[in-house]
Design a protein around this ligand. Structure first.
Ligand code: AMP
Length: 192
């Protein structure tokens, strides 16, 4: 299995690049943000609870997200590998992911980080908010809160994966195709 974490702050381009990577490498996409929004649209209890956090730009509790990812992986036994997008976002999530992959006899192959500065992110998210309909993309203070959550809880994971020699940072500013080409260099290195 080839298992990739696409890493980076909100608005870095993880979703856009995941779409391109999954078709080139034939991987299954898991976006916890998309799964949570689907739960909310379906009006499930999980979705309603999660929405209270999403609306404030805070992280949803680990147990909720980990359970959702686990169910998704179990539902896709045919997957040749996964692209984890927006997950893990905390150290307990990263630990849980290692355990879940071990159950598949697998592990994380590589972690590719899209590196973009805060002002560019805020600009991109406000622009996306005009068309996405996402309330959490429309309010600057919610966006800045999401970025703070990223700095406090998610960025430490970079060190976690660097210590394993798995983290590779890529400049996330520029043409989509040029960024994709940089990501593919790292993918090809582990797709032996
Ligand atoms: P995203 O679409 O990845 O930007 O996620 C939107 C929102 O969903 C985040 O601001 C969080 O409130 C929540 N969320 C998504 N993924 C996670 C996760 N792995 N852990 C906790 N909360 C998450």
């Amino acid at each position: 299995m080839l298992n990739l974490i696409i890493f980076g702050p909100p608005g870095a381009g993880k979703g856009t690049q995941s779409e391109k990577l999954l078709s080139k490498y034939n991987l299954q996409h898991i976006s916890t943000g998309d799964l949570l929004r689907a739960e909310r649209s379906a009006g499930t209890e999980l979705g309603n609870q999660a929405n209270e956090y999403i609306a404030k730009g805070e992280l949803v509790p680990d147990a909720v997200v980990i359970g959702m990812v686990k169910n998704f992986m179990i539902a896709h036994p045919e997957a040749k590998g996964f692209i984890f997008d927006g997950f893990p976002r905390t150290t307990p999530q990263a630990d849980a992911l290692d355990v879940m992959l071990a159950d598949f006899g697998a592990s994380i192959s590589t972690v590719l980080g899209l590196e973009v500065n805060e002002d560019e992110l805020v600009k991109r998210l406000l622009l996306r908010g005009q068309s996405s309909g996402r309330a959490d993309d429309q309010d600057e203070s919610t966006i800045r809160n999401r970025f703070q959550e990223y700095l406090n809880k998610t960025l430490p994971l970079q060190g976690y994966y660097e210590a394993q020699g798995k983290y590779h940072g890529v400049n996330g500013i520029g043409e989509v195709d040029a960024i994709f080409a940089s990501l593919c260099v790292h993918m090809d290195a582990v797709n032996g």
